[in-house]
Design a protein. Structure first.
Length: 155
């Protein structure tokens, strides 16, 4: 493990159909999380709103299996929560926190994400320039999957 650590910021906004409470429930539903988090192999609840996760994620040529924890804290239903993620594996570690806010919008619910993360080890050294793009892509995949679920519920 090298001493390389890379900081990155992730931001996004996604429009969901439905009412804030429906979207809130979907965002916190363990089955939705399990099926929509990219690369997740297992997501096991250890206590309310806390999970142990095993994920397979790759950046460029560096692929790895990460064991980590996911927690949802500072909940203010149905308006906001903080998502905390940390994981480590062969290529390094990932740690991050994102504030997720829900706002009523003209066409449904606007979900905003504002997060900061750190990546360390070989992953940070090799993938540094690519990491923000990869983080954004994974976040988009996650929310597009959830929006698909929301659309099928709304239909």
């Amino acid at each position: 493990m090298t001493g390389t650590i890379s900081d990155m910021k992730v931001e996004g906004a996604y429009t969901f159909p439905g009412q804030p409470q429906q979207v809130w429930d979907l965002l916190l539903d363990p089955e939705s999380l399990r099926s929509c988090i990219p690369g997740v192999e297992t997501l096991t609840e250890t206590s309310p709103d806390h999970w142990d996760a095993v994920m397979k994620v790759g950046v460029a040529a560096i692929r790895g299996t990460y064991k980590g924890k996911v927690a949802i804290v500072d909940k203010e239903p149905p308006g906001s929560y903080t998502l905390q993620v940390e994981g480590s594996g062969g290529p390094g570690f990932v740690k991050g926190e994102a504030k997720v806010t829900l706002e009523q919008a003209e066409q449904g619910v606007l979900v905003k994400v504002d997060g900061d993360g750190q990546v360390g080890g070989m992953l940070a050294g090799v993938g540094q320039r690519m990491l923000p793009g990869v983080a954004k892509m994974l976040m988009n995949q996650f929310f597009e999957c959830l929006i698909g679920k929301a659309n099928s519920q709304a239909a």
